[in-house]
Design a protein around this ligand. Structure first.
Ligand code: PLP
Length: 464
C-alpha cells in the first residue's frame, strides 16, 4: 500500500533514516508509523490516533509514557551536573547511589556494578569480563561461552553472537569464535512426543553436560540465559530446568550469567526473573525498565570472586581498560534511581502480582481458537503462538507472514503488539489497569478474527 507522503515526517524519514529491525525495501514503500506523543499506557500518532502500547515499546517503558517524576528527575540532574564520567578514579555521587541501590536489591549477593548504555553493550562487556577473569585466573583456554538457540542478548558483535536467532548472524559474519549455542528450552516446540516438562528439562541438562564434556570443561567459561526468553518468542523454561542446569555449571566451574534485560524490575511478578525461575547467577545484566526506558542505561552486577580476579589483573596490567564515555551517566543514573524509588513507593511488583492472573487468563482464553497453538506467559509477559495445524503443531510457511499480518491488523485496531515469527507478544507497561488489559485483548481479538478470515479466504485455515 503506497501512501501519499508529500513533505511529511514519513517522507523525510524514508529519505534520511536507516531503521533498525526493519525490512528496508518494504519501508521505502509503506513508510513509518510516526509517533508523536504518549500518555500512560497509550501512544499517539501524528494523525492523533491513540494506541495501547501492548509491548511497553521494546519491553521497556514500565511506568508508561508520561511519568512526570522521571521528567523532573532528568531536568534536575541536567541542571545540577549534565555530564561527568567515571574513568581514572573519578565518579559522580548519583552513580554511586545507583550502584549501591542496585546491589541492595540484587537477587543474590553481588559485589560491584558496571554501567553501560544498552543491553547489548552490557552483554558485550560481560563477554570481555569473562575472558579477562579467566586470564586473571591463568586459565587462558577457558573462554567458550554457551548461549541458547532462540536466546536474545543484543546486536553488538559479541552480544549478537550470543543471540541465537538466525537473522542476527546471517550475512553479519557471526557468531564470533568461542560463542556457541545449546538447546532451546521450549517444551511446546522441542519436546519429544509424550515427554513431560520435567523429562524434557532433564534431557536438556544431560545434553548440556555432554556438550561441556565434548568441548572440554577446561575450555568452557560461562553460560548465559534469559529467565524467560523474550525476543525468541516469550519462551518459558520447562519445570525444573534451571534446577538441573545450575549444578552442572557449578561442577565444571562455569559462570552463570542471567540476562535480566527484559525480566528485571517486576515483569515476572518478582523484582527479578532470577527469583521467579530459581536462578543464582554470578553475573546479572539489566537495562530497559531500570530507567523505564526514559534514558538509556544498563548495568552489569558481578560477584565478589569475579571482582577480586579483575582487581588482581588490572593491578598486573596497570589498568582495567574497559568502559564507556557514558558509563554511569549522571542524568540517566538520576532517572534510574527515581524509577527504582517509584517501584518501591507504588509497590509495582505487588501490582504486577495482583493483575498478572487476569492477563494470563486473557491470554489463555484464546486457546481454542482455530489458529492458536500455544498460549503462554507469566507475570505481565506472554505470547500466543499461531500454527497452521493445531494437532501436529505445524507452523505456517514463514513466507505467508501470518504473525506480521496479525500485528498489522492489531495496529489498525489500536494496539501495538509484536510478532516474533508467528508468536504474538504481550508485554504492556507494568502500570496497566484491569480495564485497560481487557481492552487490549478485545483489540487483539479483532485482529485475530481478521487473520482467521484472511487465511480462510485463501483456503489456508478453517474458521470454527
Ligand atoms: N538482552 C535481552 C534479553 C533483550 O531483550 C535485549 C533487547 O531487547 C537486549 C539484551 C539488548 O538490549 P539493547 O537493545 O538495549 O541493546
Amino acid at each position: 500500500m503506497q501512501r501519499p507522503l508529500g513533505n511529511s515526517t514519513a517522507s523525510r524519514d524514508i529519505a534520511h533514516y536507516l531503521h533498525p529491525y526493519t525490512n528496508l525495501k518494504k519501508h521505502e514503500v509503506e513508510g513509518p508509523l510516526v509517533v508523536t506523543g504518549g500518555k500512560g499506557i497509550y501512544i499517539r500518532d501524528e494523525a492523533g490516533k491513540e494506541y495501547i502500547e501492548g509491548m511497553a515499546g521494546l519491553w521497556c517503558t514500565s511506568l508508561g509514557f508520561s511519568e512526570e517524576r522521571l521528567v523532573e528527575a532528568a531536568i534536575g540532574a541536567l541542571r545540577r551536573l549534565p555530564y561527568y564520567h567515571s574513568f581514572g578514579h573519578k565518579t559522580t555521587d548519583i552513580g554511586v547511589d545507583l550502584a549501591e541501590k542496585l546491589l541492595s536489591i540484587a537477587p543474590v549477593p553481588m559485589s560491584k556494578v558496571f554501567f553501560a548504555n544498552s543491553g547489548s553493550e552490557a552483554n558485550d562487556s560481560v563477554v570481555k569480563l569473562v575472558w579477562y577473569y579467566n586470564n586473571a585466573l591463568e586459565r587462558p583456554a577457558k573462554k567458550k561461552i554457551l548461549a541458547r538457540t532462540k536466546g536474545y542478548h543484543g546486536v553488538t558483535v559479541a552480544a549478537a553472537s550470543l543471540t541465537g536467532l538466525p537473522a542476527n548472524h546471517r550475512d553479519f559474519d557471526l557468531p564470533i569464535a568461542n560463542i556457541m549455542h545449546v538447546d532451546c528450552p521450549h517444551h511446546y516446540r522441542f519436546a519429544e512426543e509424550g515427554e513431560s516438562e520435567e523429562a524434557f528439562a532433564t534431557r536438556l541438562a544431560e545434553n548440556l553436560e555432554k556438550r561441556i564434556l565434548a568441548e572440554g570443561p577446561e575450555t568452557v567459561a560461562a553460560f548465559i540465559a534469559e529467565p524467560i526468553m523474550g525476543a525468541g518468542g516469550v519462551l518459558l523454561p520447562p519445570k525444573g530446568y534451571f534446577d538441573k542446569i545450575q549444578p552442572i555449571l557449578k561442577k565444571y566451574d562455569i559462570l552463570f550469567i542471567a540476562d535480566e534485560v527484559i525480566c528485571g524490575f517486576g515483569r515476572t511478578g518478582n523484582m527479578w526473573g532470577s527469583q521467579t525461575m530459581g536462578m543464582k547467577p554470578d553475573i546479572l545484566v539489566c537495562a530497559k525498565a531500570l530507567s523505564s526506558a526514559y534514558l538509556p542505561i544498563s548495568a552489569v552486577m558481578i560477584s565478589e570472586p569475579i571482582y577480586q580476579a579483575l582487581v588482581r589483573q588490572s593491578e598486573k596490567i596497570g589498568v582495567f581498560a574497559h568502559g564507556f564515555t557514558y558509563s554511569g551517566h549522571p542524568v540517566a543514573s538520576a532517572v534510574a534511581l527515581e524509577t527504582l524509588k517509584i517501584y518501591e513507593e507504588r509497590d509495582i511488583v505487588g501490582h504486577v502480582r495482583e493483575i498478572a492472573p487476569r492477563m494470563q487468563k486473557l491470554i489463555r482464553s484464546f486457546a481454542d481458537r482455530p489458529l492458536v497453538g500455544e498460549c503462554r506467559g507469566t507475570g505481565l509477559i506472554g505470547a500466543i503462538e499461531l500454527v497452521a495445524d493445531r494437532k501436529t503443531r505445524a507452523p505456517f510457511d514463514p513466507k505467508l507472514g501470518v504473525g506480521a499480518y496479525l500485528a498489522a491488523r492489531a495496529q489498525e485496531h489500536g494496539v501495538i503488539l509484536r510478532a516474533m515469527g508467528d508468536s504474538i507478544g504481550f508485554c504492556p507497561p507494568l502500570i496497566i489497569g484491569p480495564d485497560q488489559l481487557d481492552e487490549m485483548f478485545r483489540r487483539f481479538d479483532k485482529a485475530l478474527s481478521d487473520t482467521e478470515s484472511w487465511l480462510a479466504g485463501q483456503g489456508l485455515a478453517k474458521v470454527a
